[in-house]
Every structure is written in C-alpha cells, then in structure tokens.
Design a binder for this molecule. Sequence first.
Ligand code: FES
Length: 102
Amino acid sequence: MIKIKICNLSQLKNKNYFVTWVKKIKDEVIVFKNDKKIYVKSSICPHFGGPITYNQNEKHLYCHWHGLRFSIDGKCINQKSFKACLNNYDFELKDNYIYIKK
Ligand code: FES
C-alpha cells in the first residue's frame, strides 16, 4: 500500500473543499468536509468528465457541465437513470494532512 499526500486541512477553509490533480493515480480528487466528516472522491464527473465541486449549503456535489448532482456517498441524485457514481478514495488523516491510501 502506498500513501499519497493530497493536502493540508487548512486548504479546505475557504470553500470547505479542495481540488487537485494527483498524478500517481491519474485522477483529480476533491477533498471536502460535510458535518465535520472528511471525504475524498474523484472530482471528474462520470458523465463526460466535467468538474465536480461541493455545495456546502445544499450538502451535495455538483457537476458544472450538465448539472448532475451527487450525494455525499457519490450517487447521482437528480437523474435516476444515471447509475455511475463518483469514485471514493480511502484516506488517512495524519498531522493535519490528508493521504490517499492506495
Ligand atoms: S459531464 Fe458532468 S453532468 Fe455531464
């Protein structure tokens, strides 16, 4: 197993989420906080690859290209026929840094 450093928790403060490309896993990831719990998911939409951000007020993830919305667990919530989910990553929090475990 390898651990890949993603970000420091302080980087979530402005928008309550942080997005970055992670070369080692060839994916862009989003780290966000929901009700004080941290999540790490792919931020590449499974529809056609649009950018995913986190809407803190409505507590869902949102794709800016065609408007699909995803629940915190990664399932599409506004188009029932769309079954693909956002990839979830296991992670570890150590000394205020988030590490993906792969
Ligand atoms: S690419 Fe995300 S909704 Fe189409």
